[in-house]
Design a protein around this ligand. Structure first.
Ligand SMILES: *[C@@H]1O[C@H](CO)[C@@H](O)[C@H](O)[C@H]1NC(C)=O
Ligand SMILES: *[C@@H]1O[C@H](CO)[C@@H](O)[C@H](O)[C@H]1NC(C)=O
Ligand SMILES: *[C@@H]1O[C@H](CO)[C@@H](O)[C@H](O)[C@H]1NC(C)=O
Ligand SMILES: *[C@@H]1O[C@H](CO)[C@@H](O)[C@H](O)[C@H]1NC(C)=O
Ligand SMILES: *[C@@H]1O[C@H](CO)[C@@H](O)[C@H](O)[C@H]1NC(C)=O
Ligand SMILES: *[C@@H]1O[C@H](CO)[C@@H](O)[C@H](O)[C@H]1NC(C)=O
Ligand SMILES: *[C@@H]1O[C@H](CO)[C@@H](O)[C@H](O)[C@H]1NC(C)=O
Ligand SMILES: *[C@@H]1O[C@H](CO)[C@@H](O)[C@H](O)[C@H]1NC(C)=O
Ligand SMILES: *[C@@H]1O[C@H](CO)[C@@H](O)[C@H](O)[C@H]1NC(C)=O
Ligand SMILES: *[C@@H]1O[C@H](CO)[C@@H](O)[C@H](O)[C@H]1NC(C)=O
Ligand SMILES: *[C@@H]1O[C@H](CO)[C@@H](O)[C@H](O)[C@H]1NC(C)=O
Length: 444
């Protein structure tokens, strides 16, 4: 249990070796600390042919007075009964033992070798004192308040003891830094995830069998953190913070905005083009029943607390299948099919050519334009008369679940007498035709 530490001043003292014994760590340089009531042994070893004298502190803080000469203690000393020279004399050991040590024994001691020139070693004896009264400044009922991103000073202070204590700050179980004595002021820059975290200050000293300890909880205010959720997939565009929702027209859509904030938000609202959206199920939730193409746009969730206001945007893209518009192509040389949908990415299927009575004649090119000449139709000829159907899709189904949308036009050679109505009723048996029928080259 007892362990020693030799304090050797080899430069000044070749013969006399002073070492110190004590129960606990605490020896710093030539300072030795003891606990009240302990036995302290000050070691002095000389050549076997020589011997030591010990001097100790004089009464009332006076200069040195002689304590011992060889083995003999000066019996006139008030504490003579607590002093003793111990050790193996034949080995040159003249160790001074002080029993039941108290603050009266504090002070400077020296061991002097008597032969030849005076050579001595000094040691300073001090009684340990426990540090006490640990506290964290600025903590109210164990809670230290701060704001995210702003430096926060954590001061741990203590009434100092002897020897100097060290003060340690822990974040949970992680040691952050060591300081002291007296006060250790550590500055942290708390983030929102430091809210409710426990920081612990520990005061350690050899005078303490159990370190002093006090914990505080951080209460970190932070601006609202918004999270958008939807019953439809949210697409996060790479390289930006932008979020999109793609939804088919007619479907239902719910977008909610959840908030994490300390202190709680005063309000949460959705905005569109700077105007608060009225279509709200609750302040946190937008709901569209059968969304329309006009509902597209940028929606912004805003929340505010006393720290700051934050925003989160979502762009709603309403997709719908194309309506098919057919117009005359350059100089009546053909037909141009112009779908209008969202997205504007169309796949064309072959045009269909039927007779006016609905008999199938032929299938033509699968692109936007039909050129009569190219398909071998002579404009002087009746052969190109009939109903032309353009079919296209953009990947979006209509309300009936049909992907391919179509439109028709009736073409008649100019000069013929018959006149057909501008708009025809449904042509296709499938019944999924978004019809647009027009008579081109009809007799005016
Ligand atoms: C002890 O004495 C011997 C001879 O007397 C000498 O050689 C030696 O250096 C001395 N040791 C110390 C530590 O002074
Ligand atoms: C002192 O040391 C000597 C030499 O090591 C040894 O022979 C002797 O027994 C020791 N005496 C005591 C009392 O320990
Ligand atoms: C130790 O010293 C104290 C005074 O410092 C005294 O009251 C006590 O009786 C002493 N104990 C012993 C065992 O001598
Ligand atoms: C403890 O410390 C507080 C402030 O640091 C001080 O007001 C108080 O007097 C101290 N108490 C003791 C017993 O030292
Ligand atoms: C922390 O201690 C330093 C001195 O070390 C003092 O200047 C500062 O005001 C203290 N801060 C708080 C919050 O107690
Ligand atoms: C505290 O510890 C946690 C987890 O180890 C860490 O995420 C956080 O950044 C630490 N805070 C500070 C202010 O060091
Ligand atoms: C407290 O200090 C002692 C020595 O003074 C050391 O052994 C111990 O590891 C320290 N404890 C902590 C928690 O630092
Ligand atoms: C859309 O919402 C309405 C009203 O809540 C509901 O009647 C309808 O079934 C929903 N449609 C879909 C496709 O979920
Ligand atoms: C949200 O949109 C508004 C209006 O366009 C814009 O001012 C704001 O910067 C956007 N916020 C984010 C986080 O993109
Ligand atoms: C257009 O649609 C095709 C097939 O649906 C798809 O492979 C392609 O990626 C789309 N292009 C764009 C730019 O959306
Ligand atoms: C869907 O089908 C219904 C019933 O057949 C029809 O009345 C309606 O026009 C169709 N809608 C479209 C866009 O084709």
């Amino acid at each position: 249990m007892v362990h020693g530490r030799y304090l050797v001043d080899m430069l000044r003292c070749f013969i006399c070796l002073v070492a110190l014994f004590e129960d606990h760590i605490g020896a710093q340089q030539n300072n030795v600390y003891f606990e009240k009531g302990e036995s302290v042994i000050l070691f002095c070893k000389v050549n076997a042919t020589s011997w030591c004298t010990w001097d100790g502190p004089g009464v009332n803080g006076g200069e040195f007075s002689t304590f011992s000469d060889r083995m003999v203690i000066d019996q006139s000393l008030p504490n003579a009964n607590r002093l003793m020279i111990i050790g193996n004399i034949s080995l040159g050991e003249y160790n001074l033992q002080i029993s039941n040590a108290s603050n009266e024994d504090e002070g400077a001691y020296r061991c002097s070798i008597v032969d030849g020139a005076a050579r001595q070693t000094h040691v300073f004896l001090q009684m340990k004192e426990q540090p006490s009264n640990i506290s964290v400044n600025g903590a109210n009922k164990g809670v230290r308040h701060g704001i995210e991103g702003r430096p926060l000073v954590l001061n741990c202070s203590v009434t100092s003891g002897i020897p100097d204590e060290s003060i340690l700050w822990y974040n949970g179980s992680v040691l952050l830094d060591i300081g002291g004595p007296g006060i250790f002021s550590m500055t942290i820059v708390p983030q929102r995830y430091d809210h409710d975290r426990i920081y612990t200050c520990i005061v350690n000293s050899s005078a303490l069998r159990v370190p002093l300890k006090t914990s505080i909880m951080l209460d970190i205010k932070y601006k609202p953190v918004l999270t958008l959720n939807s019953d439809k997939p949210l697409r996060r565009l790479s390289n930006t913070d932008q979020i999109e929702i793609h939804i088919d027209e007619g479907h239902n859509l719910t977008i909610s905005c959840s908030v994490d904030s300390n202190p709680p938000v005063l309000k949460v609202n959705f905005y569109r083009n700077l105007h608060q959206v009225k279509n709200v199920k609750s302040a946190h939730t937008l709901e569209f029943i059968g969304i329309k193409r006009e509902d597209k746009g940028l929606y912004e969730c805003r929340a505010k607390n006393e720290v700051d206001e934050t925003y989160e945007n979502v762009t709603v893209i309403v997709e719908y299948p194309p309506s098919i518009v057919i117009t005359k192509y350059f100089e009546n040389t053909g037909l141009q099919c112009s779908p209008e949908g969202k997205p504007q990415n169309y796949t064309f299927h072959p045009w269909l050519h039927h007779s006016e009575l609905g008999d199938f004649i032929r299938q033509l090119d699968n692109n936007e334009i039909v050129r009569f000449k190219e398909v071998g139709i002579n404009t002087q000829n009746y052969k190109w008369n009939g109903i032309y159907t353009c079919r296209a899709e953009n990947g979006i189904k209509d309300v009936n679940g049909t992907l391919i949308q179509s439109g028709q036009v009736l073409v008649k050679q100019a000069g013929q007498n018959e006149f057909y109505s501008e708009v025809m009723e449904k042509f296709d048996d499938a019944g999924d035709i978004y019809s647009f029928v027009k008579c081109l080259f009809c007799k005016q």
